[in-house]
Design a protein. Sequence first.
Length: 280
Amino acid sequence: MKTLKNILFSVSMLLMFSCMDTIELDVKSYEAMVVVNGEINNLDEIQLLRLSITQPYFQSSQKIIIENAVIDLYEDEVLIGSYNYTQDGEYKLSHKGKIGSSYKLEIKLPEMPDHPGFSSKVISSKSEKLEPVSEITGISYEFKPESLVFEEGYYLFIDTYDPKGKGNNYRWKVKVNGEFSNDPRQIMVVEDNRLDGNLITGLDLTYDPFQEGDEIVVYQQSISNTFYQYLFDIYMQALTQESFFDSPAYNPKSNLISDIPVVGYFNASAYHTAGIIIGE
């Protein structure tokens, strides 16, 4: 038990809370860049990808979207389909990712009179393998009264496990009443080094306490080493923004390749989900 507590303490020191995958980045010396945000996963749902032009880092303003790009998806080096443009810079493809397969994108941008340097340029992604993910074996909550340590409210916990072998990195996303948080300070990821081959019990996934009646769905996600580092870098910048430890913003290392400035990430992930209603 003592060993398990030590493991969980180490895990808790590494956990950062989650956001939806629409992430916009730019350095403080502004330069227009193409933003690619997309994922292929093993869920029975439409796969989404978004294209836009960068805005100043962490500032809210109207997006500059990219319409009518040609976007092809490759599975194990074989073309399996092209995304269809819908609206607001969003593209969709009906395809369920296969665990063990590798995926990459090729994007050809349209003619862009307002950004002629981007017209007809090609962006590709490095291949990512869709790794398996462990199951969530338990989900629970606990009410905590207000104290010097805790805000009053309900706290969410899960049980899971990590298989033996390095490279099983994880991300957790918590959907509350049908919505994910967009706060990059709530990114929650952990790499495999401190977890390998262990049971994980009572993992606290609470950023803000939950309320009675909240409908919760936890998404446990497998992520690559490079996507882990990408998300961790975003979290650290968000955490230190305008603080005593603030440092110049930078663009996290991407898996996208082009001869034009491009940021973002295209990742391959498997998910396991579990849900609960607080107070029931």
